[in-house]
Design a protein around this ligand. Structure first.
Ligand code: 3UK
Length: 525
């Protein structure tokens, strides 16, 4: 019997602080012992799907059988060379690639816990998850070794670099047979650190069943990929949006996925036709950036486009539909919930609304006392389902989970048809002269103006009104500053009292590694 490291289990929140888990969908009833990689890979190969393409990178293409054999080899290296035992935490650091995907799957297959990180993190930012998760091994792309080596001067952790001759030699000699480590369905297999717009990142722990539930709830019911699909997109695998959307949903459907190191809007414009991708996973900002440059790009292979991470304004939804004939699939997810819990399939999509609750999830809108508000009134979004927030020893668990419900920190309105419309992050609501104004609504209005490429709206301290609405605007090339015109435009588009009383012009806006606007930095500017 192998020693089992109980760190993750020991650091789960107390029973009383856990969210309720609901398993209403029959497809979410899993056996009590299962390693999720069995479903993602081994079962596929056993069922005759081994020859189908699985992982596609800039320099290599692996079938399902080749992916399984690579994953097994890496798992053997982890166990044989580094003595990794079930439950230990393995940090991963690399841009998206088939090798990174294989390493993550190998860690999980070996019963260990993957702790993926964003490739752009600096040494100082790596130290926190390394210490907090008591990392046993760091797997890192050799090209990103500088920050890793500098982090390792601060925390002593063994490192395994890929992209080196030594690694290639290890891989070549390792056995491609590996017995999947038998785990409980509720053993932790992943710790995703939040990007943390403020404060220290939080380590959101997820079970084997959480990775499967995202596939069986959201992907199977809303995205509905088939084995013929080819995924492509921008989020890093270090972000649960990317891990689910770019890897797990593809594997779960027997489809292929294109994992590119550079997948910004300009890269996607050429990569989508080049790889004949059918499903694009990205964020509103990237779709907006692509919109202006679509002429000359052949997007005829695309059949679905997922947008998440930030609110999708009506204008972007409509412009994308006109330009490509595709209805963007908006969806709200979070690192804590692992993936998307409110989203509608194309035929049910409504411009400007995030969508309806994903089958398997429940959602409510609460007032500040925790009572449900009536349809049409804004309140705090509370959700529960098969997945939920489980922070690695963090007092902020009690903020996210209250009375069994996960409180995402977003203000939403539900209408009588069960559609949920995003208002603002609860701390981005602006109270000006007694009015409640949602910054993102003013942003959506500004984005309808032809001169506006990007914008961010915040509350700005004001002696008279408490706060005033202030907009930071990035202009499209060829347009000059014209504050009066933009103000009049907003007044003509939404209730006039919401117009930005101050407008500042910027060449770019501060964003997190996951592409979210950092409004708090603007508040300090
Ligand atoms: C915001 C949205 C409006 C919202 C994520 C899909 O973004 C993800 O996770 P994070 O932990 O952030 C969560 C917060 O981001 N948000 C995300 N999507 C939307 N707001 N409309 C949307 N469609 O404030 C939420 O609380 O970085 C997204 C899948 C997995 C994820 N981790």
């Amino acid at each position: 019997m192998m020693a089992i490291d109980s760190f993750a289990r020991d650091h789960l929140p107390d029973e009383a602080d856990l969210p309720d888990f609901v398993f209403t969908l029959p497809s979410l009833r899993y056996p009590s012992r299962l390693n999720c990689v069995t479903r993602f890979l081994d079962d596929r190969v056993a069922n005759g799907h081994g020859a189908a393409l699985c992982l596609i990178g800039a320099t290599e293409r692996l079938s399902y059988a080749e992916t399984l054999s690579r994953v097994n080899r890496i798992a053997n290296i982890l166990v044989g060379q580094f003595g990794i035992t079930p439950g230990q935490r393995v940090l991963l650091r690399a841009p998206n690639s088939p090798m990174l995907a294989a390493c993550m799957l190998a860690v999980i297959k070996a019963g260990a816990i993957a702790v993926p990180t964003m490739p752009m993190l600096r040494a100082r930012e790596l130290v926190y998850p390394m210490e907090k998760a008591e990392i046993a091994l760091a797997i890192c792309d050799i090209r990103l070794c500088d920050e890793m080596e500098s982090a390792r001067t601060m925390v002593s952790v063994p490192a395994l670099y890929f992209g080196t001759d030594e690694f290639a030699a290890l891989l070549a000699t390792a056995s491609d047979q590996f017995n999947t480590v038998d785990t409980a369905i509720d053993d932790v297999c992943l710790i995703g650190f939040t990007s943390g717009t403020t404060g220290q990142p939080k380590g959101a722990m997820h079970f084997h069943r959480d990775l499967l539930a995202a596939c069986d709830a959201y992907s199977a019911n809303v995205l509905r990929p088939t084995a013929k699909d080819r995924f492509i997109g921008s989020p890093p695998l270090g972000f649960t949006f990317g891990l689910g959307g770019m890897l797990l949903f593809a594997l779960h459907a027997g489809a292929s996925t294109v994992l590119l190191e550079r997948a910004g809007p300009d890269d996607l414009l050429t990569a989508i036709p080049q790889y004949q991708a059918t499903i694009c996973i990205s964020a509103p900002t990237a779709y907006r950036a692509m919109l202006g440059k679509l002429i000359g790009s052949d997007f005829s292979s695309l059949r679905k486009c997922v947008s998440a991470g930030e609110t999708l304004p009506k204008a972007t939804f409509e412009a994308w539909a006109v330009a490509t004939g595709l209805r963007l699939l908006d969806g709200i997810g979070s690192t804590e919930m692992f993936h998307i819990f409110i989203a509608s399939p194309e035929e049910g999509a409504r411009a400007g609304a995030t969508g309806q609750v994903v089958p398997g999830y429940e959602a409510r809108i609460l007032d500040s006392d925790g009572h449900e508000v009536s349809d049409g009134a804004p309140g705090r979004l509370a959700v529960r389902g098969p997945t939920g927030c489980k922070y690695l020893s963090d007092p902020r668990q009690a903020t996210y989970v209250q009375h069994g419900w996960n409180l995402t920190g977003d203000t939403y309105i539900r209408d009588a048809d069960g559609y949920f419309t995003f208002q603002a992050r609860s701390d981005d609501m602006i109270v000006s002269a007694g009015y409640n104004i949602a910054g993102p609504e003013v942003e959506a209005a500004l984005l309808l103006h032809e001169a506006v490429a990007e914008c961010a709206v915040i509350g700005w301290p004001d002696a008279e009104r408490g706060m005033v609405v202030k907009a930071f605007v990035v202009l499209r090339p060829g347009y000059g500053e014209n504050t009066l015109e933009l103000q009049d435009f907003v007044k003509a588009t939404i209730a006039p009292y919401k117009y930005p009383r101050a407008i500042a012009y910027r060449s770019e806006l501060p964003k997190t590694a996951t592409g979210k606007l950092q409004r708090f930095l603007l508040r300090k500017s």
